[in-house]
Ligand binder design. Structure first.
Ligand SMILES: [Fe+2]
Ligand SMILES: [Fe+2]
Length: 274
């Protein structure tokens, strides 16, 4: 039996719901426009990383330091590959799926670029154990809301200042070029996550909201430990930079707290590692 009024209501409701996803679709289009290729990097034209000055020993130490920076970023992007494909597979909404299909491509392109760059500077360094812990938290989070929140609202946003910092310390290298591209891409990943999380949280119960706050409280201290972590190769420089790093980290985490607040979540009780 045809009931025009009811059908009209259903259509209206559907249209409204689809409109809520317009923000997510905009990030899909932005991601397509921003797409680049690993071959676009200035391979062979610029040095891969800063070459350094001084004695051969000093230069070797600097090189090890850079290798550990690159390894950490490779590790982060390989984790992002896992996360992006998980999100693609569990997101039920067609707009979000479309968007995540671009994020999977971005993260695997980032990984490809790090692998090539690391190949040019003598191979991988030590793994960051905190990134492994974060990977478990993200991949094993229970709900889609929690995964988007941890990965895109926080991680993708908090990592952007890291890229800017690395780019500033590696002027005139392929590494600088790559970091500038990644800062833009991760800006899109973060923006898309904010747009999607907003839709997901529209009808979320207080219970779901509380699990997100708890998850943020578990994740942020681990993120802080990741940022402050120094492998052997960077221990010396690490100590010199630690005070400045802590200051910077505090600003970044405060920004994360404000972002959560804009989604209606209060995570201001988060503790920094001592
Ligand atoms: Fe990435
Ligand atoms: Fe990303």
């Amino acid at each position: 039996m045809i009931r025009p009024v009811a059908t009209g209501q259903v259509i209206d409701q559907e249209r409204e719901e689809r409109e809520a996803f317009a923000g997510v679709l905009r990030f899909y289009e932005l991601a397509k426009r921003q797409e680049w290729q690993v071959r676009d990097l200035p391979w062979g034209e610029l040095p891969p990383i800063p070459e350094g000055k001084g004695s051969p020993q000093r230069r070797a130490r600097r090189r090890d330091m850079w290798r550990s920076v690159l390894t950490q970023q490779l590790q982060a992007d390989m984790l992002a590959c896992d996360m992006a494909s998980q999100l693609l597979n569990i997101a039920p909404d067609p707009e979000a799926k479309l968007y995540y299909s671009t994020m999977v491509q971005d993260e695997s392109r980032h990984t490809e670029a790090w692998l090539k760059l690391i190949g040019q500077v003598g191979g991988e360094g030590e793994r960051d154990p905190h990134l492994d812990t974060l990977a478990h938290m993200f991949l094993e989070a229970d709900s889609l809301e929690e995964k988007v929140f941890l990965m895109q609202v926080f991680f993708e946003r908090l990592i952007i200042p890291r890229f800017r910092l690395i780019a500033r310390s590696s002027r005139g290298t392929i590494l600088e070029d790559l970091c500038n591209r990644l800062a833009i891409d991760d800006g899109i990943h973060h923006g898309a996550g904010m747009a999607y999380e907003r839709v997901l949280l529209e009808n979320a119960t207080p219970n779901v909201r509380q699990t997100l706050v708890d998850a943020a409280n578990r994740m942020l201290p681990e993120f802080a430990a990741h940022v402050l972590w120094r492998p052997k190769a960077r221990e010396m420089i690490g100590q010199l930079m630690e005070a400045r790093d802590r200051e910077r980290l505090k600003t970044e985490l405060n920004h994360g707290v404000r972002l959560a607040k804009s989604l209606g979540l209060d995570v201001s009780d988060v503790q920094l590692p001592a």
